[in-house]
Every structure is written in structure tokens, then in C-alpha cells.
Design a protein around this ligand. Sequence first.
Ligand SMILES: *Cc1c(COP(=O)(O)O)cnc(C)c1O
Length: 829
Amino acid sequence: MTTKKVAAKKNTPETPQLSKSALKNAIVKHLHSTLGTDENKANNHAWWKATCAAIQELVLEGLRKTQKSHYFNDTRAVHYLSAEFLMGRLLSNNMHNLNLFETADGALNELGVSLADVLEEEPDMALGNGGLGRLAACFIDSLATMEMPAIGYGIHYEHGLFRQEIKNGAQIERPDSWRDYGNPWEICRPESTQEVSLYGYVETKYGDNGRIQKEWHPGSIVKGVPWDIPVVGYAGKTVNVLRLWQCQSSAYFNWDVFNAGGYVDAQRENVQAETISKVLYPNDETQAGKELRLIQQYFFCACSLKDIIRRYKRAHGDDWSRFTDQVVIQLNDTHPAIAIPELMRILVDRAELDWDKAWDICTRTFAYTNHTLLPEALEKWPASMLEKILPRHLEIIYEINHRFMAQVEKKWPGNNVVKAKLSIIEESGEKMVRMGNLSVIGSFRVNGVAEIHSKLVKQNLFPEFDQLWPEKLTNVTNGITPRRWLKACNPALSALVDKKVGADWPTNLDKLSGLTASASNKAFQKQFMQVKRNNKIALAKTIKELTGIDVNVDAIFDVQIKRLHEYKRQHLNLLHILALYRRLLENPNYDMHPRVFIFGAKAAPSYTLAKDIIYAINQVAEKINNDPRVNTKLQVVFLPNYRVSLAEKMIPAADVSEQISTAGKEASGTGNMKLALNGAVTIGTLDGANIEIAEEVGDDNIFIFGLTVEEVEALKAKGYNPHDYYYANAEIKAVLDWLETDFFTPGKPGALASVKHSLLSGGDPYLVLADFEAYSEAQKAVDKAYRDPARWAEMAIMNTAKMGKFTSDRSIADYVNRIWNLTPCNVDD
Ligand SMILES: *Cc1c(COP(=O)(O)O)cnc(C)c1O
């Protein structure tokens, strides 16, 4: 591995490629000739499409030049395989990255159209659940910005993550149809369609040289049609591609196989091809375990590998010796792990390479990112399911495992405990294939996503793998793109930052530390907090539109936005809200600065307790917001349908960022970075990237509370009993008992009881009660700090100032240096 350093490229936007009048003409031209309407008839949706089409002209020009440069320079490229890309909206970001935002604003203004209204027409591309999918989106933005040859591969889901409605306090899931009226960014490439085999049986043959040959006779063949989404780098010339595969039925039916009688019931095994890319599984941090999900995974991996190999062969023919010089494949979690046996199948069965040679290529090609330690999220598939859907792959997995077990035997002779632990096959109960073990064994690098998480991956999840291959396990701390998460979403703060540190911070985020010098300057504090206040006024308007609630913009905006999960502990936040409510009822003069608690969260549709917590938040909100005894000091808002475009409105307005997961459970978090970058102060546990955020901003500029990873482990080892806390703390007891009455659900006593029971009879697996008191004290410290405006302003500024480390450009530079070994490619005219 070379140790050459690749720094984030420091581009600044050039003069716009188009004048205002040229852009105006282009928009009107598309309104006429692409959309068949005119300036008088066009509604905002038509203006949006016409504006996208005008911008896409420039994007495609950049794409063409980039592809030409990459081809002529025969560049090594990273192939980022991810089952999820949570892209959000593209128009605003593409305009910012092309330095055309102001121009477009002016052009549309002259046409009597509001750019802000036009931007609201764009549906989010919500092809992901949460952090993992958003990370993939930030990474491809950084790759293009840093001019790295890269391609993202994923699934062209017809329906992304469900749209959430709140009816009578409860979550209702509605289908998300993001491309019902067409998507102006995507380009279908039918010429690059791939075929994917499924089901069937494996025939063993003997070749001329006595070599055993395996031939897979599939029972079903489907087509993968690629849709390309251009990914525009900031101010750079690179436009990379996100290639998403759509599944279609194949007209081709393998009559040979049918006639050979190799399988019995062809129709039964024939999947409905269109269903394969129909929906995104809405589970975050849980394994779906469904056959269709495995087929989705294999489908996009097989299409992507064929595409990668086709491109390689165009330059290098059948010579495999340079494959690992040209190709590196990053597996975003184990979702694409089936690509490992698929590449082995191609190399051994089709290219007829020796096993050892093929395995050498494989283990120099793949690298794997682990995203979780939660047992319920670690993927495993029944061997019987793999045997049915991918019979040849199961054989290959057994062979990989057989050879690996010999290696384990050498290192730990006779140790069956270690063998059982490291085996790809779990033998206790139904035979299962562990995709995490397969990914570690088949990759040359394995990374966690924050320092603490990577340490726990080494110590708790894969300690023996670390002993076997001490160089393999590493860390790359996650990051976020500052183009979307500051420049585009918070124009007022961006303008203020531009004035203070110069305009090149979007590609050189360490420049933000230049704000430090002004953090205690009264005039700058005033400007910074005025920006925050205006953002709060804007969010208050959105809250009013979405919920009808009038919030007090002078209150502290306390924000918890993330998927709903017990480990993220929205219910800890809720218990504290109940405690505040109770304190205010008992003492109307209870001394606190007014606070608005704002939530955004989707729950997996099958995760009952998570949905119960959403219901509880909404019922408590309803009661508090309508209780005149408290509602000047305490308000609670649950904004429905949390997604990227809503995050972009909430984050700039946040004063407080809630990052309160049980220590050891949140691998990294990235919402924590987005909020801090926009001047929110974190109240959080020593978990995930919170630890690194605390290191950057300093202890004075963050509110850390609660058990550490070691303390959590010690408490669990000694035997945690939530009843101890329930009986010892009168406030805990009172608020939990309150949930069992009908106070929040008139006429329906017990409607919120499941939340209480999960914390008592349920054993409180995430130690909510153990951390309650520390959390409550930390919240008092937050309140006190906010009431000292100069202190608070300094803290907020310091948070923005110290976020340089968390640009995804730094994450990508780490991947390039430690794993991918890429060189940027200059895209010439
Ligand atoms: C950043 C982001 C997430 C991840 O949030 P965490 O707090 O890190 O879990 C989830 N959903 C959306 C829409 C995001 O933008």
C-alpha cells in the first residue's frame, strides 16, 4: 500500500458558465420545446422541469468530457456499491456546484417566477433509509468535487422510502412515488442492459484437462436496465455517474434448461422481475431476512460487476493481470457482499482462472465498510435460501469457508470455539450464511465509521480477524458534504462565513476555524445569532404550515431528527419533556427559558415500539401545546415525513442538537455533524462521532452526559435493573406512571403504556432510566448556558468553526490514502 497523501482539492467556483440572459433563454426554450407549454400557462412544476433541463445541458456536457478523460487516461476508479443512495433534491445543489444559483435566481425573477418556489417542486430522491444512504450521497458528491474517478452503483427503486403521514398522532405509511411525473436528471441507458440469472441448478462437468467445470443453469433470467444520474462536483469539471439498476423481465427464456429437465416447476421459480426493483425495504438497522431482499442485493451486484468487467475488458481484453490496478470496489455495509462470490464465479467458472489466482484478485478488489454492531442489523441468510436462489454461489461460499477454516486451524490448532465463531456458516440451529464474516474474509480492508466504532469492531465484533490480519481493520470517520449541508441549505450563514474567512471554505472546510478569532466578538456574535433567529423564523413558518402550531421563535429550538429507534433514545428525550411538564405544573414559576422540542423521525412499519414512541410524542405534544399553564415555556412539535429536504430546513434553525444514543450503539452519526456545522450545540453521549466532535469543539462547547461505553458494559455485566431507578427517583416513577393513565389519551387509558413497559418489564435494553438523571442535569446546564447570550453565541460559533474535520472530503481523502489508492483525474476541455 502506498502512503501517498491526497489532499482535498481546493477549488473555488469559476465565473458562471452562462450569463443570466443565456440561462433565461435556455429555460424558456425548454419550457416551449421540451415541455410544450409557455410562460403564461406554465405552473411551478413546469418551471422546475424547464430549469432542470437547462441546467442538465451543462451537466451532460461535463459528463461527456469527464467520461472521455477517464477513458483516455485509463484511470483506476472506485466503484461504490450501496443498496441505498439518499440523494434528496438535486436542482439546488447542481446549481450551486456549477456556480449558477444566483444567475438562475435572477433569470427566473425576470420571468416573474420565484426560484424558492420552483425548488419546492422537486420530489426528494429518497432511495435510502437514513444515515447509511445519505453517507453514500455525500461521498459521491465529494468524489466528484475531488476529481476522483468513481462510480456509484445501486438500485433504481420505483418507490423510495415511504412517505409518513401523522393521523391522530400515529404514523401512517404512504407510497413514495418520486418519479410519477418523470425525473429530469436521470438518463436511461438501454444499450448497457445486463442479464442476471437466478434459481436453477449447477452441473458438474470435466474439462479436457481434467479440470472440474461448474455450470450454472439458471431457472430464471431478468434484465437490469441502467439509469444514470450525473453527479456534479463543486466548481470542478468532474461529473461522475450514479448508476441505478432497474429490473425488467427478460423476453429470453432458457428453453435448453427447460428441455434438459433440470428443474421441475419453472413457473413457480420464475420471479416477477418487475417486483425486484419495486420498493426499498424500509428497515433501518434491522435485517429484512426476506427472499426478495436477497434477490435485490444479488441483482444490483451482478449488474454492477458485469458493467465493471465490460468496461475493464474494453481497455484490457481478457488479460486479468491488471484488473486490481484498475478496479477497487467498496461495499457499503454487507448489503452488496454477495458480489464477492459473484466475482469468484465469474473468474473461476467463466474466465477459467485457478481458484487461488481468482481469490487473489478478489481479495485485492473488495473493501468493506461496517456500519453497525447491533446484532439485529448483522445480515445472515439461510443457506437453504441461497441454495435455492443462487446455488452456485452457495457452493463457492462453502469453498471459501473450507479454505479459510484451514487457515484458522493453522493459527488456532484444534480450537473449535474460534472456528465456530469465524466460520462464514453459522451451524447452531438453521444453517445461516454470515455476510459480515464473508465480507471480512473477502476484503483487503475493513473500516468502521468513527474512532470508537472502529475500536469496538476490533475489540468486540471481529477480534480474531484482527489477530489474523492486523493490517486489515481500520477507521475512516464519516463526514458530510458542506456544499449541501451549509452552503445550499443555509445561505445566510454561508454569506456571513464568506465575509469572515473567504469563499473557499466549501472545499477547504478547515478554513472555518478562522471564525474562532471572532467567537467572542460582540458584533460578530450579534450577526451570527441574527442569522440563526431568521432561520428560526423561517422554520416556524414551515412548522405552522405543516402542523398548524405557532412556535415561539425566542424559545430554544431543541432538535432531534433521525430514524426512530430505541438505541437513539427519542424516549429519553420524551421522558425529560414529561419531567419538565410536571415541574411546570407543580411550580408555575419553575425557572426555565422557553423551549420548543422539535422531532422528525420515521419508524420502520413493522417496528411496533418505535411507532408507539411516535404516537406518545404526538399525544404528549398535543396535551402540552394546548395547556395554557405551560405552553408559553414548553412546546413540542413532531414534523411529519422527515427526509433530506426537511432536514435542510430544520438544521439551520436548530439551537440544540440531540445526540443521545446509548454509548456504544451509534456507529458514527452524521446528523450530529450537520447540526453542529450550522451552529447548533450538541447535548450528547460519548458515542460515535460525538466523541470526535467533542474533541474538536472542546468540552466548553458541548454538553456531554451519561454512561460511557465501559460503564454501559460494566452495568450490564453486573446486572442492570431498571426498577432500581424507577423506585429511587420519584420523578422517573411519576412520569412513567403518567404514561399509563389516560391523561395524554383521554378515554384510552394505557394507550401509551408500551413505552413504560419497555423500560421496566422489558428490561430497558438501552439504559434510558440509567441515563435519565445525568440527561436531566445536562439539560439544566443547556438552559443556563442559553440564558447567557454571549456565552451561547460563542458556543454556537465555535461549533461551526470547529467542524472542518467532518467534511466528507476528508473522509474521501482518508479512503483514498488508506484504501483506494486513487489519483485525481483532470478533466480537460
Ligand atoms: C443525515 C441524515 C440522517 C442520519 O441522521 P443520524 O442522526 O446520524 O442518524 C438520516 N436521515 C436523513 C434524511 C439525513 O439527512
